[in-house]
Structure formats: structure tokens, C-alpha cells
Ligand binder design. Sequence first.
Ligand code: FEO
Ligand code: CA
Ligand code: CA
Ligand code: CA
Length: 605
Amino acid sequence: MRRTFSEVLQARRALLQGALAVPALAALPACATRPAGVSPVIGFAPIAASREDALRVPPGYEASVLFRWGDPVGVPGAMPAFRMDASNSAAEQAVQAGMHHDGMHFYPLPPGSGRSDHGLLALNHEYADVRLMHTDEQNTWSAEKVMKSQHAVGVSVIEVRSRDGRWQVVRPSKYARRAHARTPCRVAGPAAGHALLRTEADPAGRTVLGTFGGCAHGWTPWGTYLSCEENFQSMFVDRGALPPERRRFGFSAAGRGYRWHEHDERFDAARHPNETNRFGWVVEIDPYDPSWAPVKRTALGRMKHEGAACSVGADGRLAIYMGDDQAFEHVYKFVTARPWNARDRAANRDLLDAGTLYAARFNADGTGDWLPLAGGDQGEIVVKARFAADAAGATRMDRPEWIVPHPVTRAVYCACTNNAARGAGKNEGPNPANRRPNNVMGHILRWREAGDDPAATSFRWELFAEAGDPARPEPHKKGNISGDIFGSPDGLWIDSMGTLWVQTDMSGGLMNQGDHANFGNNQMLACDPATRVYRRFLTGPSGCEITGFHTTPDNRTAFVNIQHPGEGWQTSPRQVSNWPDYDPGGRPRSATVVIRRKDGGIIGT
Ligand code: FEO
Ligand code: CA
Ligand code: CA
Ligand code: CA
């Protein structure tokens, strides 16, 4: 039976009042029916900004490291220990945690149980740092080293279990798996088999080796994980005359130092131009079924995908919100043609292959329009989604990163992390939704769809927050933050209590302009959307960014990812941080951290 939105809302309120009646929730869609609150009670004592090479949480909380780069994922019969001198082989790296943990989601076990003490974590490994992953860095170069690097990116699925609040990775586990830059992925949707995706190695254009650049993530109500390919151009070199499309993505003759092309020719873009079209997609992975090949869902468009956040309408159709994280790129939404099927999981297998892709236009009067990208060769439209969005008149944004819908109100929050190029030289100046020139601090937008229907084609938007330090001068420092200050919002999450969590990545904005010291290391803050007061909940080790946040259904365990500890502009990461192991001869390692309240209470309250 189809329920109206107000009926669903009423049911959720009843569940919340019923002290998180988890078993009843299991029958409801996972991404839309967490026991949701609209007025969170934030109760922790905020912590000061910090430049320590340490992870800090408020009094009464504890943080423990669960899953670091190089830890075995738990594939039966293949669990090599990490070696601190980075001497693990490529084959070992293929069954160990990748580098640079990012978006992450918790999936209860058994499936649909709603349990909070046992489940799967699926997480992205955004990129590889060749300085850290080889004993002699790049002094020598080989096919083995390329393969190790290719095995260090992609996705991990691990089984995790808590005993008395102590979480551990379950090893071995039948669910444990890695997807990486050599994992066969199926291509589905309008670009499957398209001439633009065909290569010498794959003349059918339907099977791609690998997924990488996965940044933030998405999820579906049927319990799959969406990895979102972002800076895929970094892994290629492109030494010919760059066509406008690849120039716009930032392909370059030098690449970013990965040197994959030296032993894997497909990463030479001038020789294999269509290989570049096979990345930049949202990739669906079933954490509950390691035998299921990842699927590139091309209907959702090709861009530098940040995340793919799901909101379920009253009619059961899904809206997937997506930021294209590059200066002056767009915000997108994909709406499925059909409702999802809560009774038959298999019926949702191809749901993300048919629907409408839109780009957003933010009008000066506070209204907004979703502009359909359609008409003509849809395969070409999705491959070149950025150009279709330009032609439709979409707004050029300040690096849209995570977008999250509120699970009850369906209001949507979007972090525009920074854009120091706004208004510089011949660049486009401010527009109503991106109103600061030299926007090094970033901002957060909020919109509500017409009728609170995620499938609507119009919305109303507002500027929810302008980041920065109110004590410092405008135009680009001051902002309007109440409470604890931050810059460059990146990760966003709204938990089922209704708390908005903001994670920062100041590396691209503040550090470049020498403002790092005022804000401390990257951090995570909690905000009640009604009061818009921010409280600092966590500060990370030196040089890291904070990303990937998910809680168990009971909200008593939070999982957070600490990415690239030690990142610096001129120095080796090893000179900046050696978190989390503090091994004198060691190296910093991205890691998943578990956060609990010492009294076992609800996180953030
Ligand atoms: Fe990978 Fe846009 O952050
Ligand atoms: Ca990000
Ligand atoms: Ca970022
Ligand atoms: Ca990152």
C-alpha cells in the first residue's frame, strides 16, 4: 500500500517516540526511514581547534582506530599483515585496505535486520600516494609498483562486529572484498555500448577494468552502495592536443605523478582517448554479494562525482543528488522512472538505468529549477553531461561536494567547499547562490523541493551558512557562523536525530592562503539546523581531512574516516604526521575510526 508523506512522517515520529523501535524499521526503506528527528538535542561539550597530530573528541567520548590502510580486509585464506616499511606486494595490497578512505556506509547484518552491533562497512579509497606506498618511493619503477598503486584505490567491504561496544573487523569474512582499478565493472544505462566507450580492449564498450577516484558515496533503499568516481583524470597522462572536454576535466601531459601509463597503456589518454570516458561514473556495488560485479550507472551522468545522496519520494521514486566537485561546475539530480520495490530486491537491479537527469539553476529570487538533460543521443549527453548542463543554463557553482537530504523534512543541504577562482581575472564573478568573490571559506546551501517531492522540477533555496571566522574581515573571511568556526565544508551528514554534521577539507582553500592556523586541523562539527549553531566535535591529526560519517541504526556508534594524515604542500607526509601508529620509522595511514560515548549513549546528544 502506498503511503502519503504525512503518513510516513507520522509513522517515523511514532517510532522515534517509541525509543527507536528498530525491528519495525527493518521493513521500511533504509535511506528514508531512519527513526528521524526534526529537532535534535545536541549535548556534548565542544572542543577547541587543534593543531596536534592527534584525533580529539569531546569529554565522555572515545575514539578507536578500526581499519587502516594496509589492514587485511578479511578475504578467507588471504590476510597479509601490513608492513610498516611499505614492502607489501601488489598481490597483498589487493586484499588489504586501500589508501585514502572517504565516503562510507554501514549495512546491518543480517540484511534488513536493523541491527546495530553487526554489519558491513563499505568505503571508498579515493586515491593513492606513491610517496607512501613504496619502500623506495619512485626511485625505481615497475609493473609491480603500478599494480600495487592500482590495487590501493577503489572500495573495501568489511564485516564489523561489536562486543560490549568494542568494534572489530571480522576476519575471515565471506563478505570481505576489494574493488580496485583492475576489477571488471559492467557498464549499464544509456552509455553502455556507446561508440564513445568502445576501446581496443573492449570493442563492445560494456566492461570497464576498474573503479577509482571514489570520493563521497551514495546508498539505495535496497541496500547497495554507490561509489562516486571523482578525480579520475589524475591517473591518466594526456600528451596530445587536449580536446575541450578533457581540458575541462583537468587532464594534463604530466598527470599527477601516478605513472600508470608506463606499464598500463590505457592510461595514456592520447593513445586511448575513449578510456577516459569510462570513468567519472556512479558505480553500484552490492556489499551483501561479493560475487556481483560493480555496475557503472551511466544514466546518472559523467562528471567529477562527489556523492550520490538518495531521497525517496512518497510515490517510491528515488531522487539521487550529485555534486560535480570542480570550480564552476554544477549540481545534478537523477530521478528514477519507476518506484523502487520494497518486497523484491531483485526488481531494483536496473532501477538506476532509467530516469531523468537534471542540472540545477538557482534563480536570484530564491526559486530554482531542475533542467532536464535530454533530447537526442542520451549516451552522448550523459558522457558529456557538463556541456549539456551548460546548454540547459545550469548555475556554475563553487565546488559542490556532499549533498544530503534530511530524512524527515526532505530539505536538502549542499556543501560548496570553496572556489578561490570566483571572480579572479576573467573568471565568472559571483551569482546569487555563490555570492563571494575569492570564496576560500565556502558555504552551505539548503533547498526544499516543490511539495517536498524529491521528483519535483522546481525548488526554493536559501544560503544556509557562509563559513569563515566572523572576527576577520569580509569579503571572504567573515561569514556568518555562530558557535565554533570552520572553513571549507566538504562532508555533510544528517543523522536520524536530525543533527547536521559538517566535515571540513581546508587543504584546497585555507592552506593556500595561509589561514590554516586560525582554524586548526580539519574537523567535524554538529549543528542543529533550527538554531544554526555549530559545535566542534572532533579534530583530526595533522594534514588530514575528515570525511565519511555514518552511524549505526541506534545512533550509539559512529564511524568516521580520517583521510590523508600528513598531507602537505612541500613536504613528505612522513614529516607532517605519523598518525595513527606513531611508529618512529613508519608512515601515516588513512583509517576508519569508531566513536562511542563512554556511557554507551546516543552520539551527539
Ligand atoms: Fe574528493 Fe570533492 O572531494
Ligand atoms: Ca570530498
Ligand atoms: Ca574536498
Ligand atoms: Ca579528499
